[in-house]
Design a protein around this ligand. Structure first.
Ligand code: ARG
Ligand code: ASP
Length: 719
């Protein structure tokens, strides 16, 4: 005990691996874990006004927007604010070359002009209950992982059923801290969401990919939607009779501005972080995963870019795809730089040594020491498989045609049934005809053919030899000429144009099985899939399961160690509702440079270049700037589009409300700075900053540029 005490005293300061402003905290635990820190940083409202089950709280104005973004409610008529890049695919799908809302913006001038968005959803969190004891008490004695998971599923199903019976709510049970805690999350999903407005790309995507993940930033990254409900304010499928939803709460909007050192919090749905992984996992990211993926995506992006810039139809077809591929591509580059600069592997290693020293002195300590040692070994073992997975997903499946033909495996298995069920085959083929129409609407075979030849070559060179599909026929039949091979596949395959594909599907019967399996595109994918299934998938999954188990134990140890040091640790992000808090502040990106915490419209003019696709801006914005026609949204005679703060955020936090000490909306989160993108793995309080759109810029655009004053009139503006 004395030894332990001395250890604690000696290492108390060095061991605090959680740094200032780091953390994405569970809203229902703020009271017990974070209240002191939040008040000392300047929070001015009761903690239970942030999250509460028995009365309305800030959480009632926050939604999971679509699959992976956050949105906030900004009027009592269900008006919803999120990012431009979160509404992007909706904006694109309402756009045509003639009605190019993507380029020119879109603004409904009354509710009847708002555009339905089939498939789009907005999900509120009703409450989150700690069900850890219920679950762990029943599974703690189970040693087999599969058995444990099955049992958890059964318990979870019961919990979900009893929590949602007789309501229109849904629920799920999610693990936190790698299965050391479980929460039951009860949600309400709305399905009639309509597009209300989006600025022109020259505002909403100003700076495009060149500025993405960068400061200084001048992007007006917002779009506006509205939630509709049935007459009783309940969630309902789209109907023209639906009415604007009356939310439990909507954010008051402060136009008083942001000052350096002001308290801020970001309240939203961060997707995934990996703050508690061991050093060998970090090594794989730095040395293998990130560099491999970066280089494979670089190939795709260069080819797409060439086509997008020269043709408007292609630009609309590929805008969303390009943005998706580019976004992670660029982030990974910043991540590698950041991790290297932090000496992340050495840092982890030093922490693990301390962990072991701590564990040597506690009950169950052997188990903890074993977990970290095993974990590192497992990560070394799984490394070649991880590389193979990356080449499979980013090279082979980085080809659109390969993803598309993947859908046809259903047809193959149906045609192989004895006796074949021709009716089922017909139904499947008809479904595929529909899917094909969707696919080819946004497909350019010239782009994909170029990508194909490059990525197949990369797949063969990069996949570790023992996991590779045997594609030696390319050497024999095509003399290793990937261009020739690509020409052959794209000219001979049934699946490279809509016409051929439809013709093939219309006449497909069980007898034609060979014409499917011999199709050069389908054949190639089958080889790739088979090699992956036989050599990679199972061993990778098995290792993954062992990793999960060890990571759970290691996490448990880290939690216990933190408790010994009176330190608080947050669970890794898992797309559940979290609160991050920090303050408005700039940072020093490199030696000798200090970045301010805000940008101004003057910077839009500095970057403006009508000849550069990335830096076009609408004439009207320039005119408003020249006339200084800023309404009530200015600050020191200028408009401030964006600001920086030290809130710990990640992908999924886009669109999150950024709130001041009074819980009023001051901005919308949309990005992080380049020097801080390693925050998903290791946080650096010196350099990790989230980038927010200043709410006054949003209002300025809606009011002055779009002339949609009717929307401002709906909002509760605090002056
Ligand atoms: N980096 C931001 C985020 O991760 C914005 C992404 C959208 N912009 C883009 N150019 N792809 O979502
Ligand atoms: N831009 C990200 C998002 O879409 C946010 C981030 O990664 O910082 O959620």
């Amino acid at each position: 005990m004395i030894k332990k005490l001395i250890f604690i005293i000696l290492f108390a300061f060095q061991c605090l691996n959680i740094k200032a402003d780091e953390g994405m905290w569970l809203p229902m635990l703020l009271q017990s874990i974070n209240a002191d820190a939040m008040y000392s940083k300047g929070l001015k409202i009761p903690i239970d006004s942030i999250y509460s089950v028995n009365k309305t709280s800030l959480k009632d104005a926050i939604v999971l927007f679509g699959g992976g973004c956050t949105g906030e409610i900004i009027s009592n008529k269900g008006l919803l604010l999120t990012n431009h890049h979160c509404g992007y695919s909706q904006i694109v799908s309402h756009s045509t070359v003639d009605h190019d809302y993507l380029t020119n913006g879109f603004w409904a001038m009354n509710m009847s002009e708002e555009l339905p968005c089939p498939g789009l959803t907005a999900t509120f969190i009703i409450r989150m209950d700690d069900v850890t004891d219920t679950i762990l008490n029943q599974v703690n004695s189970i040693t087999n992982e599969d058995e444990r998971n099955n049992k958890i599923r059964v318990i979870a199903d019961q919990l979900i059923k009893s929590a949602t019976n007789g309501t229109q709510y849904k629920a799920e049970v999610k693990p936190f801290y790698y299965g050391n805690k479980y929460f039951l999350i009860i949600t309400e999903t709305f399905k009639d969401i309509r597009m209300v407005g989006a600025p022109p790309s020259g505002i909403g995507k100003f700076g495009a990919d060149a500025d993405n993940w960068m400061w200084p930033r001048h992007t007006g990254d917002f779009s506006v939607f509205r939630i509709y409900s049935d007459k009783d304010n309940n969630s309902a499928e789209y109907s023209k009779d639906n009415i604007p939803y009356t939310p439990r709460y909507s954010f008051p909007i402060s136009i008083n501005g942001v000052k350096e050192n002001d308290f801020t919090m970001v309240y939203g749905f961060p997707g995934r972080t990996q703050e508690y992984i061991p050093k060998e996992a970090v090594r794989t990211i730095i040395e293998n995963t990130d560099p491999n993926r970066i280089s494979l995506r670089d190939t795709r992006l260069k080819i797409m870019d060439k086509y997008i810039r020269s043709n408007d139809t292609t630009r609309l077809q590929y805008a969303s795809k390009y943005a998706g591929v580019e976004n992670a591509y660029k982030k990974w580059q910043g991540e590698v730089l950041g991790l290297k600069r932090l000496n992340a592997i050495e840092e982890k290693s030093a922490f693990e040594n301390k962990f072991i020293r701590w564990a040597n002195d506690v009950k169950d300590g052997k188990m903890y020491v074993n977990s970290i040692n095993q974990l590192n070994e497992l990560y070394i073992k799984i490394r070649p498989y991880s590389i193979a997975v990356d080449y499979y997903t980013e090279a082979l499946k980085g080809i659109e045609l390969m993803n598309f033909v993947n859908n046809f495996s259903k047809l193959e298995s149906l045609a192989k049934e004895q006796p074949a069920n021709e009716k089922a085959i017909r139904d499947a083929a008809d479904n595929l005809i529909n899917a094909s129409k969707g696919f080819f609407k946004n497909y350019n075979a010239s782009i994909d053919r170029e990508i194909f030849s490059r990525l197949i070559k990369a797949y063969r060179t990069g996949t570790p030899a023992e996991f590779e599909a045997d594609l030696s026929f390319i050497d024999k039949k095509f003399k290793g000429d990937y261009e020739k091979y690509a020409d052959y596949v794209f000219s001979k395959s049934h699946f490279s144009t809509l016409e051929k594909c439809e013709k093939f599907l219309q006449s497909f019967t069980a007898k034609k099985l060979k014409s499917l399996t011999n199709d050069p595109a389908y054949h190639l994918l089958s080889l790739g899939n088979a090699a992956f299934a036989e050599k990679v998938k199972q061993p990778n999954n098995d290792l993954q399961k062992q990793i999960e188990l060890m990571q759970r134990t290691y996490m448990k140890g880290q939690m216990e160690m933190a408790a010994d040091f009176k330190q608080k640790i947050y669970p890794d992000a898992n797309s559940t509702l979290r609160v991050a808090y920090g303050k408005v502040e700039g940072y020093e990106p490199r030696d000798g440079i200090m970045y301010k915490y805000y940008s101004t419209l003057t910077g839009v003019l500095e970057k403006y270049d009508p000849n550069n696709y990335d830096y076009r801006a609408p004439e009207k914005l320039l005119e408003l700037y020249r006339k200084k026609d800023f309404g009530e949204y200015s600050s020191n005679g200028n408009i401030t589009p964006c600001f920086l703060a030290s809130n710990h955020t990640t992908g999924g936090n886009s669109g999150s409300p950024v709130l001041n000490a009074y819980g009023q909306l001051i901005g919308t989160n949309f990005d992080r700075v380049w020097e801080g993108t390693m925050s998903d793995i290791m946080f650096d309080p010196e350099r990790c900053r989230n980038i927010s759109l200043d709410i006054r810029y949003t209002l300025f655009i809606i009011d002055k540029l779009a002339g949609a004053r009717w929307l401002i009139d709906e909002m509760n503006i605090i002056k």
